[in-house]
Write a protein that binds this ligand. Structure first.
Ligand code: NA7
Length: 538
């Protein structure tokens, strides 16, 4: 078997993206003795945590369940200061990881990949950067993130506004001065909620333009004291074991009881408890049927609606903040810290743009159907072309020049969410059809699996590994079947591939694996254990 380096190749592997997955993938491939290059569009590491430096950006997963688990030394030396760390701390952490494992020497920053083309003759990928430079590699690994292609609204005039305007995922790294400013926020997803609650107290006046309210629940963040810090560190094996066992790799797992198996009083008490506890428990640790059974879902939706009515003083505003067209938890649940109370402030105004649509952005502000608003700053918290968007931006061409974008025209097709037939030697981290959940846990598994496959290929002298069309069809059907009956698959959200700002993304698709993470891993483990015989190996 040949493990040698092919002289015509610049690298054994190219990784696109230096976020959490690209960083760890680099580390693992180096252990195989490979020559690896990571191309990163930004000027630093961190991906999501590099780009999303908007005010209030923070974890909704417990910090100690989110960091990397692969290095006991790293776990021991890093102190998370809060149960849910803010973005600056997370970015510091990821820079610490880059330093510790000396990652930067193999990362080329300011380098956006524009295209990648398969060459059958050399069994390699030619990767082209936006500046035209090209590099040849045996293996190509995408670490481009499921939420990394930000989208601006398709509203007339977005480019004519004369004040400052920012998309939250392209926030400047220098501080923005809000004092006394008239600020608009468009968008009330997880990002909008964090931004609104954070800036409400420091702006002159804030106008929130809401199209769809989301169900939100309290984060209950807090500092980690010294004693708790010790407990966390001693408990890491247990923490990560739990994350391995739960449905979506969070510390929270569905309660085995059905909603109607308990009395009304017990149910109410359980909801109260969940509402008063930290993190995603109310979403991920609720009765087992709330995300499947419409009646069960209505009980928790009613409960949270009552909370909103209690917390928002003006009943008319409270009603606007209560979702009508989707049930609790059927979209990604934003966690909040006095978000609802922000609307009790005199300087905060809520505009329901289903009643008074935005007609256009003007040089001075925003014009709705009934009014003209003047602003100093417009913040677009309008989300991402999710899951497939970051793939669509790169011109991937596989066997016979087939474009990935064309292959995925009516929705992604993958094997295990990692490979696609017709795209040999290309592996996706956090690609479509993988288990998302508490993402770093899924990332570590994904990276380890890909490293296992590449290690096997090199050991066996293979220069071609590819999914089969049958394997892709079976996995894609399986992923679609898993989504049937989930209330989340019946609503419009980034999880169902809907983005009103992107042409051609108005039809729901099944873009993510919605089975359990343990089941996902079991299937991937099985493929590896059988010597990858479900793949084309040559
Ligand atoms: P989301 O969850 O996709 O939210 C985007 C928000 O922006 C949402 O409220 C949208 O309303 C709104 N939006 C988008 N386009 C428009 C236009 N054209 N006009 C008005 N309002 C608009 O993105 P986030 O960044 O908040 O969160 C993404 C994920 O990142 C999150 O789930 C976490 O996992 C981290 P809509 O609901 O579409 O009516």
């Amino acid at each position: 078997a040949s493990t040698g380096v092919t002289p015509a190749l610049d690298f054994d592997a190219i990784v696109i993206g230096a976020g959490m997955s690209g960083m760890y993938q680099l580390h693992r491939l180096r252990e195989l003795g490979m020559r690896v290059r990571v191309f990163e569009a930004g000027t630093g590491v961190g991906g999501t945590w590099y780009w999303n430096c908007y005010p209030g950006a923070r974890f909704d997963s417990e910090s100690y369940s989110y960091g990397y688990s692969f290095s006991p030394e790293l776990l021991e030396e890093w102190d998370w200061s809060e149960h849910f760390a803010g973005q600056p701390e997370t970015l510091r952490y990821l820079n610490h990881v880059a330093d510790k494992f000396d990652l930067r020497r193999d990362i080329q920053f300011r380098s956006r990949v524009a295209a990648a083309t398969w060459s059958e003759a050399t069994r390699s990928w030619s990767v082209m950067l936006q500046d035209g430079s090209q590099f040849r590699t045996r293996f190509l690994i995408t670490a481009i993130g499921p939420l990394s292609a930000p989208t601006l609204p398709r509203i007339e005039g977005v480019d004519v506004f004369q004040g400052q305007s920012f998309h939250t995922a392209r926030w400047p790294h220098e501080p923005v001065d809000f004092a006394g400013k008239r600020v608009a926020v468009i968008g009330t997803g997880a990002t909008g909620v964090q931004t609104i609650q954070t800036i409400a107290g420091s702006v002159g006046h804030l106008t929130v333009f809401q199209r769809t309210p989301n169900w939100c629940a309290p984060l209950h963040n807090g500092k980690i004291d010294a004693e708790t810090q010790k407990k966390i560190k001693a408990g890491y094996p247990e923490i990560f074991r739990r994350c391995q066992e739960t449905f979506a790799c969070f510390l929270h797992n569905p309660d085995p009881r059905g909603t109607f198996e308990v009395s009304d009083e017990e149910r109410e008490a359980f909801f109260e408890k969940l509402y008063s506890e930290r993190g995603f428990g109310i979403w991920q640790g609720n009765f087992r049927d709330i995300l499947i059974d419409r009646k069960a879902n209505a009980t928790i939706s009613d409960f949270v609606a009552r909370k909103i009515r209690q917390r928002v003083k003006d009943p008319k505003i409270a009603e606007k903040l209560i979702p009508r067209n989707h049930g609790f938890g059927t979209r990604r649940l934003p966690l909040e810290t006095f978000y609802y109370e922000a609307y009790n402030r005199d300087n905060v105004e809520l505009v329901d743009i289903t009643e008074t649509p935005i007609e256009r952005i003007t040089p001075k502000g925003i014009k709705t159907s009934d009014k003209e608003y003047d602003f100093d700053i417009i913040i677009y918290a309008t989300g991402f072309d999710a899951i497939t968007g970051s793939f669509d931006k790169i011109d991937f061409r596989g066997v016979d020049g087939v474009r990935l974008k064309d292959k995925w025209k009516s929705g992604p097709q993958t094997f295990l969410g990692v490979m696609v037939d017709g795209f040999p030697n290309m592996m996706m981290l956090m690609g479509p059809h993988t288990a998302l959940g508490n993402i770093p846990r899924s990332i570590e598994y994904n990276v380890d699996w890909v490293t296992g496959l590449i290690g096997y290929a090199r050991q066996s002298g293979l220069t071609w590994v590819e999914a089969t069309p049958a394997g892709v069809a079976t996995w894609t059907d399986h992923v679609k079947a898993l989504g049937v009956g989930l209330l989340s698959n019946e609503v419009n959200s980034w999880m169902t591939g809907i983005n009103s700002n992107v042409e051609g993304k108005q039809t729901r698709i099944v873009a993510r694996y919605s089975g359990s993470a343990p089941a996902y891993r079991a299937r991937c483990d099985e493929v590896a254990a059988k010597g990858y015989d479900e793949l084309v190996l040559a």
